[in-house]
Design a protein around this ligand. Structure first.
Ligand code: FHN
Length: 466
């Protein structure tokens, strides 16, 4: 009887969702995402315990790949979970840091390639509740904090690669990528013969069974148990089949408004947006599809205790402006420690980006690409207003002659001001359609000073692809 009631409820919910999904166009689903422009990526898992070092060896490459790069056997890797006890985890503080940085959404690794689930799951014991002393679902309180602060939440899920749950795939990487392992030749011969796997325990099931036993039920749990899920972020479709991708894709109807990326299976499951990684595309590469650049603050996604090679807040703010000027989103990564804290450098970067965004966020949120492409001295974003168009010129290199010059300016000028404090600036448009704005002698903000120019009508600049 109980089972029948549950089944009927699920069917009812599914039915409602399918009807609701039909009602939502892609534009409707993407509306908040296109407005948001800036989000936080979080890579967190048991790999934060070794934090880039295994048995006294610093393992090369990104921290969350330590098991693969170091060719750590399954049973040894699973011992790490016994030390994963993030008692300093404060999801409220995490979400506040994201919000104060000006970010509008968070995407967290619910399960990365090591297969470890940060959530309670019935599909595998390799999860935070069953395998760690911490023993509690880490995503539930994060979802609550996101709701509290009005931040959208998305889950990253490694659908194909899974180095611990049997049958998961493994991208083949040379043993020497990890460290100068004297056993490299033997290991490499083994991984070659075993589709990238290095431990027989990884191959006690076929891939299709891993999909049915782990990936499908876990994705269903993620879609059902955390109320409104904004994004499902697939990653590395190694060995993916159409059958597996179809099963996973069809689950998305459980969240009618969900947005997904282009990494479920290539090329026939394109999702809603592209995902250039660690790079900002050139204008010439863009084809009108929505896109989001994901990027690390230092050289790793998952925490490595010795990677202090952080980008400056200036670089990251300018990256955000570069991305917005080309019509994309910026998903900037934080790799928390095993104790559950953001590295101090990340905290500092987030705070500094937040200070800038508090004053200048209008030049980013809800903007569209530059009508003119790129400028040598900075970037431009635009926004339609009830009276015309607002143009936001973010100046990185302050002109020596104090004049901002924009050729190909076909609209009637309404006003030019410093966005930061509203100071009016002298501006005129010549007969040759060149806008000239007279600037203060020194840059008020050396990171990026935004000049807001309002004009009548829609702006059709001449885009120069670079
Ligand atoms: O292999 C992963 C990597 O660890 C990280 O998660 C990035 C983030 O986009 N995605 C994969 C590489 O493309």
């Amino acid at each position: 009887m109980k089972k029948t009631i549950i089944a009927l409820t699920v069917l009812l919910l599914l039915g409602q969702n399918i009807i609701a999904q039909k009602e939502l166009s892609k534009d409707e689903r993407m509306a908040w995402w296109r407005e948001a422009r800036f989000g936080m990526f979080i890579h967190w898992g048991v790999y934060a315990v070794p934090a880039g070092e295994w048995k006294g060896q610093r393992i090369g490459g990104i921290g969350e790949w330590i098991m693969n790069r170091g060719k750590i056997p399954v049973s040894e890797y699973q011992e790490i979970a016994k030390q994963f006890n993030p008692v300093r985890y404060d999801p409220d503080a995490w979400v506040r840091m994201a919000k104060d940085a000006g970010m509008k959404y968070i995407v967290i690794t619910s399960k990365h390639h090591d297969g470890f689930a940060l959530f309670e799951t019935k599909a595998s014991e390799w999860n935070v509740v069953d395998a760690t002393p911490y023993g509690k679902d880490l995503l539930k309180p994060l979802a609550e904090a996101c709701r509290k602060y009005g931040i959208k939440l998305g889950f990253y899920y490694s659908q194909a690669q899974d180095w611990n749950n049997p049958g998961g795939s493994a991208a083949r990487r040379p043993a020497r990528e990890g460290w100068e392992n004297p056993d490299s030749a033997r290991i490499d011969a083994y991984t070659k013969a075993h589709r990238g796997h290095w431990d027989p325990a990884q191959e006690t099931k076929p891939f299709a069974r891993y999909i049915d036993d782990v990936a499908v039920p876990q994705v269903r749990e993620l879609l059902i148990n955390y109320s409104d899920l904004a994004v499902l972020w697939w990653d590395t479709p190694t060995d993916m089949t159409d059958d597996a991708a179809t099963k996973l894709q069809s689950l998305l109807s459980l969240q009618p408004a969900i947005i997904t990326n282009d990494r479920l299976k290539r090329p026939n499951f394109p999702g809603d947006h592209k995902t250039p990684e660690q790079r900002i595309p050139n204008l010439a590469d863009l084809d009108g599809t929505d896109w989001e650049t994901c990027m690390t603050m230092n050289g790793t996604w998952g925490y490595k205790y010795y990677d202090h090679n952080y980008k400056t807040p200036q670089t990251l703010i300018r990256n955000l402006l570069d991305i917005a000027s080309k019509g994309g989103n910026f998903l900037l990564n934080v790799g928390p420690t095993a104790e559950g804290e953001f590295p101090p450098e990340s905290v500092d970067i987030l705070a500094k980006m937040g200070q800038w965004m508090k004053v200048n966020g209008e030049a980013v949120y809800g903007t569209r690409a530059s009508p003119w492409g790129l400028f040598t001295w900075g970037r431009c974003t635009s926004k339609m207003t009830p009276k015309g168009t607002s143009l936001y010129f973010s100046v990185f290199e302050w002109p020596a002659d104090g004049k901002l010059v924009i050729p190909g300016f076909n609209n009637k000028l309404t006003s030019a001001r410093l966005l930061a404090n509203g100071t009016k600036l002298k501006a005129s448009v010549s007969k040759a359609k060149v806008l000239t704005v007279t600037l203060p002698s020194a840059a008020p903000d050396p990171v990026a000073t935004v000049i807001k120019v309002d004009v009548k009508g829609k702006v059709d600049g001449k885009v120069t692809a670079k």
